[in-house]
Design a protein around this ligand. Sequence first.
Ligand SMILES: [Zn+2]
Ligand SMILES: [Zn+2]
Length: 350
Amino acid sequence: MRALWWEANDKKLSFVEDAVEPTVTKPDEVKVKVAFSGVCGSDFHFMGGEMGKFSTKPDGVVLGHEFSGIVVEVGTGVENIKVGDEVSVDPNFCCENCVWHEEKKPQFCERNVAVGVKQNGGWAEFCVVPNKLVYKLPETVSLDGGALAEPYSCVLRGWKLMDQLPMKTAKVLIQGAGIIGSMFACLFHVKGYNNVTICEPHEGRRNTCSGLGFGYDVIHPQELDLLMAGKDADTHGFDVIFDCTGNCKAVQKTISLARRGAFISMFGCCPAGEKIEIEPFQIYWKELKISGSFINPFCFEEAVGMLKILNEKNLLDLNKIGVKIFELSDFEAAFASLKRGDAAKAMFKM
Ligand SMILES: [Zn+2]
Ligand SMILES: [Zn+2]
């Protein structure tokens, strides 16, 4: 079968046509014929060796952890899913036999054999996964939109980490209008927030985000500087900031943009080992709540349900949210498009 094979030792990604097609060998397994498979920012971090302990399988793996497809085979013990179902796959799971499982924090399981990271994933024609990771898509949700279930599950996780929901009038700042920034914009819109600013240096991405039609301010970082110039952020800053850049400079700046009492999510993944400067006094003075957000515990099912709502609001239209579709063999063009910023997200159509 066709696949993109990542060789960690040689740091090389190759398109192959003779990858071994996986088969169902255990009663709980499901074989998915992949339909759409996204490229995630973390894939570049995996390939760059920037994920700390969360590294790819050392002797080679098929990457791809955001995908949808059609079930073509199920193990003898599978009852929740049947052949022909259109599904999306949660790539993460806990061994269910560790302290993190007991503490209900499965995202920290050190034996998470994540699909597309530690075991073969969705940048391939077929993928075999345990049935507990497979979620049937709502009938109205198409397979291309269904491939967004995983990133939306992570976005929901970031949302849920706000210990209390901000008031609807809260001033919200989303840093970065890549696909994750756009997804947060959609989420704030769906939840009824109006006072949202999105900051993004790339013009094309700003246009995509403005095109969502929420009436949010979509501005260049220099405009944000002008907006805040001469204002005391203590009272005129932002109540909620989601950093979706994974850029240390942008992250560092968030502290100075925060209003007293603000919640800051460092959602974007900055490369492991990089550092920023923080004045701890500001955290004390402003009573800042700063949160990380790692993968998607207990959020996948809700994300699949949300796809239905987004679809009803015409927000699962991939073109509209800046997703560009590529052939698997065109992966270099897909990556180049992402690096240039003209695609908010790249997705392989199998
Ligand atoms: Zn991802
Ligand atoms: Zn575990």
